[in-house]
Design a protein around this ligand. Structure first.
Ligand code: 8X3
Length: 257
């Protein structure tokens, strides 16, 4: 069953990791793509790769933290495209420090991207979805938004906001056919920890030592499943963890002997 063929999806943070994996899988399902990220070069490379084999791929390079640019670029593309699927994937963790040692710059980057950027994009896209009475929004939350962990403080708070916003959107859109789903992953091996630890690859690698973390493709499979269910089905939250991890505290790492 492919309910997605011919639809159009806007994906933020599409040039790497989970966003890129979702883009590739949606392309395979025959979905037309509008790919956003800050990294234009990577977007062009992905566009070339996907366009060769699949459907229409537009790129929309902008930084979702920039309210004016985000709003004008999304508004512009809405003049010529109907967006059926919005994947609010762009987000990051910056730093891992006890709250009183936290870097305010890190906090602002996370709040501006994970919360405010998501708001700017959604605020621009949803009116068109409402006027067409159709659409599906996937927000990338996190286990961090459900359960705080040591030194996660502001990152956890931003992801809690994403989860709560997803619930609020479902309520505000309850008189429409628009569905809102929040995917809440545990440990996924991407560039996430590299970014969190600002390029300290040793620290980043250690996060995934001794167990099999999720891959971006694992999340993409789930996203496709959620998007592809019949229109009367709305999967509002989906918590996905590696088998070795049951919550941020219970992680079955095998010690190397
Ligand atoms: C990513 C998962 O547990 O590192 O959001 O916060 S976790």
């Amino acid at each position: 069953m492919n309910n997605l063929k011919g639809k159009t999806a806007l994906i933020t943070g599409a040039s790497s990791g989970i966003g890129e994996a979702i883009a590739k899988m949606l392309a395979q399902m025959g979905v037309n793509l509008i790919l956003n990220s800050r990294n234009e070069e990577k977007l062009i490379a992905l566009q070339k790769k996907l366009q060769r084999d699949y459907n229409v791929v537009d790129i929309l390079p902008f930084d979702i933290r920039d309210k004016t640019d985000t709003t004008s670029k999304v508004q512009k593309i809405l003049k010529t495209k109907n967006i059926d699927i919005l994947v609010n994937n762009a987000g990051l963790a910056s730093g891992l420090d006890e709250f009183d040692k936290g870097d305010i710059q890190d906090w602002e980057e996370m709040i501006d991207t994970n919360i405010k950027g998501l708001l700017y994009v959604s605020r621009s896209v949803i009116p068109q979805m409402r006027s067409r009475n159709t659409g599906h929004i996937i927000n990338l939350g996190s286990i961090a938004g459900l359960m705080a962990y040591p030194k996660g403080n502001v990152y956890c708070a931003t992801k809690a906001a994403v989860g709560m916003l997803s619930d609020a959107l479902n309520i505000d859109l309850s008189d429409t056919n628009i569905r809102v789903s929040c995917i809440e992953p545990g440990a996924v091996e991407t560039n996430f920890s590299n970014v969190r630890f600002k390029g300290d690859t040793k620290k980043a690698k250690a996060v995934y030592d001794g167990y099999k973390p999720l891959t971006p493709e694992d999340i993409a499979y789930l996203a496709i499943y959620i998007l592809n269910v019949p229109e009367h089905v709305n999967i509002q939250h989906a918590l996905i963890m590696p088998t070795a991890q049951r919550n941020p505290y219970v992680l079955n790492r095998k010690k190397e002997s």
